[in-house]
Design a protein around this ligand. Sequence first.
Ligand SMILES: Cc1ncc(COP(=O)(O)O)c(C=O)c1O
Length: 433
Amino acid sequence: MAPIAAPPLPEAVRTESPRAVPATTLWEERFALRTHGMTSSIIRELLKLTEAPDVISFAGGLPASDLLPRAEIAAAVGRIAASGSEAAFQYGTTEGLTPLRDLFVRHMARYGIRVAVENVLVTSGSQQALDLIARLFLNPGDRVLCEEPTYLGALQAFGAEQADFLSVTTDDDGLKVDLLEEKLRAGPKFLYILPNFQNPGGTTLSLSRRRRLIELADHYGAPIVEDDPYGQLRYEGDHIPPLVALDAEFRGGARGERAFSGNVIYLSTLSKTLAPGLRIAWVVAPEAVVRKLVQIKQAADLHTSTFCQHVAYEVAREGFLDRHVKRLRVVYGVRRDAMLAALDRHFPPGVRWTRPKGGLFLWATAPKGIDTAEVLKEALAEKVAFVPGAPFHPAGGGRESMRLNFSYAPPEIIEEGILRLGRVLSGALSTRG
Ligand SMILES: Cc1ncc(COP(=O)(O)O)c(C=O)c1O
């Protein structure tokens, strides 16, 4: 029998001197193909720059630090440690802590979302939910239809699975639903929609557009991922039912006689209403989808931190969350107003901005020819930061825009930061001529 030839050694093994090969090369040349197009989020990179204590940052999506519920969390941790139960310190189920899932079910019922515990999966932030959804549904080249602009972290999660993006622009009433059909004909795998106080735009999808969106998505057989971190943080106007509830109504299942089985997967999080450091969020999906997400999550992290789930449950279970959200609404509403007033005073003519009814962000757009990535460099020299618009646009564009967060800084700091930013923008506009 002819001897079997040994396979050729990889390039690095054939190199004569091991020292000739830099330590990382072996790993770098083995990066999986799908990772080649990945870049780190400009937001994460920026947050590093804005960590300097003297920078006024409108960049992150951070809750106000003085409103973090430190005392309630400390008391919850104390109770957990003193309880004698080991559950918070042990491994848990991938689905999540049942009492916490149940709490989410009751919480959502108040917003018209009628589901069972089996429809709820606790995730390590909504960001993980987006990643799990991407891994479950997307093959390379699949299309995701999203708003333009849209949440950068979703673009990252879907892009990691090599998705292509179809996008539809937004106006003050959110996604321009009249432009949707053409894109739906291109056969997206799903739609990714932020109906409330959109990140980054700050816009809210009107009720009539929500209903039309549900009808169109149904007509073209395209399911919807509804991402709703900000729905509770409304500072004016009436609550608008979430897509997941409207979809159930559309299908005649609003009274909950049937198991939840709609076209909408719904995501929400405690990051903006309690503390992002807990990394507690949840997904609502038909049971078969939850079971599959559970398998993927098992491979990712076994389960979300049992300790943090117990803390979140302890903090939330006696109604603290509701009281806290009421307080956040007041404080963030004041900060939003402070930013809008400061923009009126200090931003140069020609710059426009959205007037969000809730959430954490507004979106400002300068005249054509201004590149906000360049403006940011000047702004950082003036110790003020924001996120430039282009990365939120999957199909290009957005260079003239910027996302401004109004929840983190108190009103007097907002005033000073917008004053500085207004100066920088005026400078950029006069250079542009
Ligand atoms: C629209 C949207 N989705 C998801 C996330 C991620 O949130 P979490 O902290 O729950 O991972 C954010 C955070 O800013 C967001 O704005």
